[in-house]
Design a protein around this ligand. Sequence first.
Ligand code: 13P
Length: 251
Amino acid sequence: MATKRVMLVAGNWKMNGLAAEGHALAQAVAAGAEGVGCELLVCPPAVLLSTAGAALSGSGVALGGQDCHPEESGAHTGDLSAEMLADAGSRFVIVGHSERRADHGESDALVRAKALAAHRAGLTTVICVGETEVERDAGRADAVVAGQIKGSLPEKATAADTVIAYEPVWAIGTGRTPTPDEVQAMHRHMRAIVSGSHGAEIARQIRLLYGGSVKPGNASELMALEDVDGALVGGASLVAADFLAIAGCCA
Ligand code: 13P
């Protein structure tokens, strides 16, 4: 029967931090993680996985990558495979972040291939979706997100190996967020889409994170929403106290 969805707060450090800062940030997160009522995940730049992983060791805070290549190995200069991320201590990987969709032209099909590769390597994927401001203003947000979910989730994705993050592109790094009602409505819509594609049971269990300008000041009202199961945090994850304060809003 019903297993309750465990909230997940994930920090996406993006392309920020050198070794000393990354180590100190991970250490501070580890030090404050005890007693937090949700799962915590830190996704540093790939070159900091080992230093952050060492600092997080034994804390229960999971480590994740920010992207992976769909293939296991080969002639792909500059890329990293999911197996490499797992070997470096990752349990999760973000795929399909809007910055990768925009900066690197990643399509839904490529995101799905990356997610499949991650699952093959035993990683849990955080698959990102979200509309642009133009799409929202045109009344197309629901359709865009539905299309991204249908196109990016592997057919055999489960609630155990997949998390979906709703990150409206216009809310990322801007200090703007949708209203709580808009976030709840979108997350409910997302669950309905997953129910249609993967069945009601997976839809009920899959975790849906909200991302886009989550801060300590707005986390309580966002994390209290019925269909929000945690947060994917960018800027505020670079300050341990802020990241932990957001986590503290998730029981
Ligand atoms: P901000 O929290 O900085 O808006 O970034 C959100 C994000 O893109 C996380 O992946």
